[in-house]
Design a protein around this ligand. Structure first.
Ligand code: GRF
Length: 191
C-alpha cells in the first residue's frame, strides 16, 4: 500500500507514520508540503522519502490543487494522509484522489476548524482529544476512523493541552492507518 503524506509544518505526525511503516505494512512514496521551509521536509529526507513542495502563495485554490494533483499522480499513492496540512482541498481534488485521511486535534464532530484547544478550554470541556477521519468536501466532516481522548486539567492552556493531545495523535494515527490498510473500517477508540 503506497502512502503519500501532505504537511505544512513540523511533520511530527508524518515522521511517526513513516517510522511505523518500517515493518513494511505500507510504503511512504511522497511527502509534499505547501511550505518550502516546513521542518517536516527535513524529517522526510532524513528518512529517505521523496519530497516535493508546491507553494500555494499567489495561486487560486484550483491552480494550487491542480499542481498538487499532478505531483500526487506522478507518485501514484493508494492513500493520502494529511498530517498538519493547513490548506483546504477542493471537492474535485478530493474526488480524484480519495481515499484521503486526516488527523484533527479535537473530538469531532466538536470543534471543527482552527484553535480547537483554546475553544474547548473556553467552553469548559472536561476532555479533549484527536480524530482521524476520511476527508470529504465538507471541512472536518468525513467518516470517523479513530479517536483518542485526554482529560482537560485545571490550569491547562491551549499549549499544555496541545502537547497532551499530540502524544495521543502519534499513537492514534499509525494505529488507524495500519487498521485502514488492513481493510478494517470499524473505527478505533483509544483512551
Ligand atoms: C497537530 O496538532 C495536528 O493535529 C494538526 O497539526 C498539528 C501539528 O502536527 N493537524 P505535525 O507536528 O505537523 O504533525
Amino acid at each position: 500500500m503506497r502512502v503519500a503524506i501532505l504537511i505544512s509544518g513540523g511533520g511530527s505526525n508524518m515522521a511517526t507514520l513513516i517510522d511505523d511503516m518500517a515493518d513494511g505494512y505500507a510504503q511512504p512514496v511522497l511527502v509534499l508540503s505547501n511550505v518550502d521551509s516546513a521542518g517536516g521536509l527535513d524529517k522526510a529526507r532524513a528518512r529517505g522519502v521523496p519530497t516535493a513542495c508546491v507553494d500555494h502563495r499567489g495561486k487560486s485554490r484550483g491552480e494550487f490543487d491542480q499542481e498538487v494533483s499532478q505531483v500526487i499522480t506522478d507518485h501514484a499513492p493508494d492513500v493520502i494522509c494529511l498530517a498538519g496540512f493547513m490548506r483546504i482541498l477542493t471537492a474535485d481534488f478530493i474526488a480524484r484522489h480519495s481515499p484521503i485521511l486526516n488527523i484533527h486535534p479535537s473530538l469531532l464532530p466538536k470543534y471543527k476548524g482552527l484553535n480547537t484547544h483554546a475553544r474547548a478550554i473556553e467552553a469548559g470541556e472536561v476532555e479533549a482529544g484527536c480524530t482521524v477521519h476520511q476527508v470529504v468536501a465538507d471541512l472536518d466532516a468525513g467518516p470517523i476512523l479513530g479517536q483518542a481522548r485526554v482529560p482537560i486539567l485545571a490550569g491547562d492552556t491551549a499549549q499544555t493541552l496541545a502537547e497532551r493531545v499530540l502524544v495521543q495523535e502519534h499513537i492514534l494515527y499509525p494505529r488507524v492507518l495500519r487498521h485502514y490498510v488492513s481493510g478494517e473500517r470499524n473505527p478505533l477508540f483509544l483512551g
